[in-house]
Design a protein around this ligand. Structure first.
Ligand code: PCA
Length: 329
């Protein structure tokens, strides 16, 4: 429905700009996530807000589900200007810098409030790092807290022995290793195939992805471990942004602010709605018991220590800024 709506809107605008004689700027925005994801819906709304605010002077075509560009090629493509904008899972950049791992560190920020403080503390550095590559972040939105899907009741870490666990990024893979499991990195869209071909037995992700990928077809239990809230980031090629007139630039920045607020709220709502959907499909949801909680904490502790060793001074400063924000509240 949403796609049809925006298509109709595009057609209407197209005829307007022909009669008005104006040339609308067209951007393509690539995202790996599908139309059912609240992230994609939020980004589509962002595009519609801009089209409306600029009377069609800037049209952003959202290409969802990796239909235009594969996830790992989105950032390089936006750098080159092949597409003007993109959305990615921020921590998928962790091989570029430990800074990009900061929202996948256990025990640091596992509530929406803390995750927001952490984003505020990380934004300046991430903006600088993107700027060096000719990129400009527009907004970032978290996934619900990450938890563990298994086809048995998880009671302690010894059950990870020999278990092949799907992870969405490198830090989650390290975490699984610390627990004694065998991690595999898999894109969200490839989860069903990974399970159905027997490549994985379990996974770490959110309730949102669990619902979107019909987790109940493969597993029976969800351990709500509230590990961390990793984010997606939406960004643009700075040259493409600079080519817009002042008014249109303002409209983009305004819409981005709105999209960030709306997205954080949508994430909270989706977290509740998806948990409900999982239950309705027969997934048993439970909190970690004492033993498991202790095991997860130990695995998390060594992950954090490892990160601190690898992370440079800038990363340490980021953590300090985050802690200061928290102390001030
Ligand atoms: N879903 C995405 C990223 C984190 C999440 O909750 C995934 O699992 O790939």
């Amino acid at each position: 429905m949403r796609t049809m709506h925006s298509l109709a809107w595009l057609v209407a605008l197209g005829s307007l700009s022909v009669t008005g004689g104006a040339m609308a700027a067209q951007w393509n925005l690539a995202t790996p996530y599908g139309d059912a994801s609240f992230h994609t819906q939020n980004t589509q709304q962002f595009a519609e807000d801009i089209a409306q605010a600029t009377d069609g002077d800037l049209i952003i075509n959202v290409h969802s589900g990796g239909s235009l560009i594969a996830h790992d090629q989105i950032k390089p493509s936006v750098r080159r200007g092949t597409v003007q904008a993109g959305e990615i899972f921020l921590s998928s950049l962790s091989n570029e810098s430990p800074i990009y791992e900061v929202d996948t560190l256990p025990g640091l920020a596992s509530s929406y409030e803390d995750a927001y403080d952490l984003w505020q503390a990380s934004k300046p550095i991430i903006t600088q790092m993107f700027a060096k590559e000719g990129l400009m972040p527009l907004y970032a939105v978290p996934w619900p807290a990450q938890g563990i899907y298994t086809d048995f009741k998880l009671t302690d870490a010894s059950q990870f022995k020999g278990l092949r666990v799907r992870a969405p990024n490198i830090n989650t893979q390290r975490f699984i290793e610390n627990l004694g499991g065998l991690p595999t990195e898999t894109e969200e869209a490839d989860i069903p195939t990974a399970f159905s071909t027997g490549r994985v037995d379990a996974m770490i992700t959110s309730v949102s992805t669990g619902e979107a990928m019909a987790a109940w077809d493969y597993v029976s239990n969800y351990t709500d471990a509230q590990l961390w809230l990793p984010k997606n980031i939406v960004f643009v090629n700075k040259r493409a942004f600079d080519r817009l007139d002042d008014e249109t630039q303002q409209a983009v920045l305004e819409a981005a602010k709105k999209a960030e607020r709306r997205g954080w709220q949508a994430s909270r709502e989706d977290s509740a709605a998806s948990a409900k959907a999982l239950k309705e499909h027969g997934i048993e949801i439970s909190k970690p018991n004492e033993q498991l909680a202790a095991d997860l904490q130990a695995a998390g502790k060594s992950l954090f220590a490892n990160w601190q060793e690898r992370a440079g001074e800038r990363a340490q400063k980021l953590i300090e800024r985050y802690r200061e924000r928290q102390a001030a509240e």
